[in-house]
Design a protein around this ligand. Structure first.
Ligand code: GTP
Length: 369
């Protein structure tokens, strides 16, 4: 979307990637990393939850050009000077050989995008420039998300690019309806449908020089919502933010989980438990693979993948929900630990395998968090 101008050839565009929980932000970031056509991408990954699942999912692909902001919501967890520190790290001439072409900040699914944009605009780092806001929309969940979070409309209104994702999961007429609605709400943004966030990377960053962005946001363009007294650093009351209503639980276990117990837990998960992500170790039930797990609303999928060599065998899960009892959820998950982690029961994985994607059924890029 944005490109260093001739006057500031070394300025690196910083693109903010936002969108509600599970809409496909990490999938898009991974897509860009795979299909960026040689563009050197730095990433700042922010997660809501104490275990950095998203950072793990992109780690290894970026080497020293990724930094992770850890627990909490970017718009609250750090102030502009802290963000600057991360940007400095990525833009230091020695940081990545040859330098980066673009930096992508993957916001937590509960972030307030305008706060992030403000932070980038307020950055004192002369080597960066604001490169635009990309909003991901889950086409399946869009109506329900808007109902629960009317502020989504406000987020779309300041976006530069809206990717209406999961097109594969809605019939064509429904897709067109959502696209029209998003176009109406987002005003000046380019709106593109996508499956597995496969959009042309050129939508986000220009691989060739000098295309100046038209109508780039400035502070004045950023709407201030009711009660928003944010200063330039983006510090304000956070009561109206989406994350104020959400709780997250992080669970880590060295004892493998019992597949049947976990499925009982997942099949009866409470309505408000909107998002689950992480990796599960089923121990002797499948010693070769770890299972990436994703739940978004009522959608559930497991993605088996061979344990990386030398990786500690751990289950790491982050659960995010509204109106849930984090302590009770933690206890329920703890009760899913296997009592006989070294004994395999050949039937025990059946429940899990129902939720494993068939080859060719979904995106070829597999488990993208
Ligand atoms: N069917 C389908 N699934 C998708 C698509 N895009 C992403 N997914 C799946 O949706 C789930 C969530 O995707 P992520 O990329 O992790 O979403 P996210 O926005 O980073 O999630 P949070 O970090 O929790 O906010 C994963 O299981 C993805 O594989 C799509 O276009 N179609």
């Amino acid at each position: 979307m944005s490109q260093p101008s001739r006057e500031h050839p070394q300025q690196i565009p910083v693109v903010v990637l936002a969108g509600f929980l599970g809409s496909g932000k990490t999938t898009l970031l991974n897509h860009l990393l795979h299909h960026g056509g040689g563009t050197r991408i730095g990433a700042i990954v922010n997660d809501f939850g104490a275990i950095e699942i998203d950072a793990m999912a992109v780690a290894g692909q970026l080497g020293d050009s990724t930094v992770s902001l850890g627990n909490g919501c970017l718009c609250c967890a750090v102030d502009a000077s802290e963000l600057d520190e991360y940007l400095d790290r990525l833009t230091r001439p020695s940081a990545v050989s040859g330098g980066l072409d673009v930096i992508v900040i993957e916001a937590s699914g509960l972030a307030e995008p305008q706060e992030l944009v403000r932070m980038v605009l307020a950055s004192e780092n002369p080597r960066i420039m604001y490169g635009g806001l990309v909003e991901l929309v889950d086409a399946v969940e869009f109506d329900a998300t808007r109902q629960r979070h009317p502020e989504v409309d406000r987020h779309l209104a300041i976006a530069d690019l809206v990717v209406v994702n999961k097109a594969d999961r809605v019939p064509e007429r429904e897709r067109e309806r959502v696209l029209d609605l998003v176009r109406e709400l987002s005003g000046r943004a380019a709106v593109v449908p996508a499956t597995y966030a496969r959009v042309d990377p050129e939508f986000l960053f220009d691989c060739r020089p000098t295309r100046e962005r038209i109508g780039q946001l400035s502070f004045d363009d950023l709407p201030r919502h009711d009660g928003d007294s944010a200063d330039v650093d983006g510090h304000d009351g956070h009561d109206g933010h989406m994350h104020a209503a959400y709780d997250s639980v992080s669970v880590e276990s060295e004892v493998p989980l019992d597949p049947s117990r976990l499925m009982t837990f997942l099949d009866s998960r409470p309505e408000g438990l909107y998002r689950i992500k992480g990796y599960v170790d089923f121990g002797a039930a499948d010693p070769r693979n770890r299972y990436a797990v994703h739940a978004v609303g009522r959608f559930l999928r497991f993605y088996p993948e061979p344990w990386p060599a030398g990786e500690r065998r751990l289950t790491q899960l982050v659960l995010i929900g509204a109106g849930v009892d984090p302590e009770a959820l933690g206890k329920e998950l703890a009760a899913c630990r296997s009592e006989a982690p070294h004994t395999a029961d050949e039937h025990s994985m059946w429940g899990v395998l129902r939720y494993v994607q068939e080859k060719g059924e979904e995106g070829a890029e597999g488990a993208d968090f």
